[in-house]
Design a binder for this molecule. Structure first.
Ligand code: FCB
Length: 460
């Protein structure tokens, strides 16, 4: 009897003619300030510090005061990043570390990031800097946070000062990371900081975030015209539980709320038509000229993708998320659905006139165990394998995708889930702060180093 070949994916494989292997495709790893830095005594308080101090907000009752102590260990962390063979590192700036309550630069905070940027440059790693990854200074929240239009102008001032201070060290800026999460999770359902709950808040906060993005783009294009300046949005394709018209309409409605609400104003200067169906009290406060500011041309759009969602009809809100998900699931309980990534990219490509796309986050939490200094995270490796092929597929079908960043470089503070959910391709032992590259990290490194231009480079 013939034995079936066993497919062992201890490595990551791409077809030899894949565009992902070309020298103009960028591979990186990603992190965010609050999730890894710690060093909380050297910065102002932010909304996540306050949120973590409230009871029952974070699953393991943890906080970001120490996190992965990247604040102390940044040099060895950049050596680690370099050892993975990446082209780029995506990280975020902590606004409350670099700007004081008077809106002026803080020298020590700016030095911290300038040192990181210098070391990245010395290692030939491109810096992809996110300007807002959710850690709003608390004193700004005390004035209404993203519900206050003024916050958008405070953000513009911060971006103006910091982008001048960094000079030409930054290869690419992202104004915001996932405004959906800041607005909806933070101000509408309250599972993220600042924890406000009310259907009237979400879209108002979203509008001020998008305005902040547009205002920031103005100063970035002026201060750093050679950097690639854009925004990072998250998407979960919305599928319908059945083919019933009511379920199909429910899925479409959810898509308008959660996905199109953010990309359409940025690319087309208009909110989805859904805006006209919202109760007046839930609508954003739009001032004339806002949408022109919000839709300033972008050098790229960052796409974060983890999973899809399934919806069914429901009478009150019009849609309801199906909680019983098809298997397999990650440790977050998110369905592993790689075809959703190619579908999403093609869908965006067909719907909009897109700038170049970067996959700025993709990855999976898994219940990792470290045994004899080894983390055999086979399921995460399979997740990366299938999603890289989905990106390859979308490129073959005509989508202009220029880069891919694994979320995350290392295990870190996973927001409301605390430290229990591990997304890293590097394992962090929080007792000792020791970092150990997981099997997925080793495979990622091998893939990156085996790219034809890398191999010829090291030989030549
Ligand atoms: C995204 C966030 C990122 C990380 C991943 C798992 O929504 O941008 O910080 O928490 O999810």
């Amino acid at each position: 009897m013939l034995k079936q070949p066993v497919l062992l994916t201890h490595s990551l494989q791409l077809p030899s003619d894949s565009r992902l292997l070309s020298s103009d495709f960028t591979f990186g790893v990603a992190t965010a300030a609050f999730q890894i830095e710690g060093g909380a005594t050297s910065r102002l308080k932010n909304i996540w510090d306050t949120f973590c101090d409230k009871p029952s907000t974070i699953k393991d009752h943890s906080n970001g005061l120490t996190a992965c102590d990247h604040f102390s260990l940044w040099e060895q962390d950049i050596d680690l990043i370099a050892s993975l063979g990446v082209d780029a590192y995506r990280f975020s700036i902590s606004w409350p570390r670099v700007i004081d309550k008077q809106g002026q630069l803080v020298k020590d905070g700016v030095d911290f990031y300038n040192n990181i940027l210098d070391k990245l440059q010395a290692k030939n790693i491109k810096a992809y800097v996110t300007l807002y990854h959710w850690d709003l200074p608390q004193h700004i929240e005390d004035m209404g946070g993203w519900l206050n239009r003024q916050t958008a102008y405070l953000f513009q001032n911060y971006v103006d000062l910091i982008s001048k201070a960094f000079g030409n060290k930054v290869f690419s800026y992202a104004t915001l990371n996932e405004p959906f999460c800041s607005a909806y999770l933070g101000y509408e359902i309250g599972v993220h900081a600042p924890g406000l709950i009310g259907p009237e808040y979400g879209k108002k906060a979203a509008h001020h975030l998008l305005l902040a993005h547009g205002l920031a783009m103005q100063v970035l294009q002026k201060n750093c015209p050679t950097a690639l300046n854009g925004i990072v949005l998250n998407f979960s394709p919305c599928h319908s539980l059945t083919e019933n018209p009511a379920d199909l309409a429910a899925a479409k409605l959810a898509d308008q709320h959660f996905n199109q609400w953010y990309i359409r104003p940025v690319l087309e200067g208009a909110y989805p038509d859904l805006i006209n169906q919202l109760p007046h009290a839930h609508r954003p406060d739009i001032v004339e000229g806002d949408l022109a500011i919000i839709s300033a041309p972008l050098d790229y759009i960052g796409v974060n993708y983890y999973t899809r969602e399934i919806y069914q009809a429901e009478t009150q809100q019009g849609f309801q998320k199906v909680m019983d998900k098809p298997l397999p699931l990650t440790d977050m309980g998110w369905e592993i659905y790689p075809q959703g990534l190619s579908e999403l990219l093609l869908d965006l490509h067909r719907t909009y006139k897109l700038p170049p796309i970067l996959i700025t986050e993709n990855g999976a939490a898994m219940p990792d165990k470290i045994i004899n200094n080894t983390v055999n995270d086979r399921q995460r490796l399979d997740y990366y394998q299938s999603h890289l092929l989905a990106v390859d597929d979308a490129i073959r079908q005509g989508v202009d995708i220029r880069g891919y960043f694994a979320w995350s470089l290392m295990d870190n503070f996973e927001w409301a889930e605390g430290y229990v959910k591990r997304f890293g391709i590097v394992y962090v032992d929080y007792a000792t702060m020791k970092r150990t590259i997981k099997a997925s990290g080793l495979a990622y490194r091998n893939l990156l180093n085996s790219r034809p231009h890398r191999v010829s480079h090291s030989i030549g």
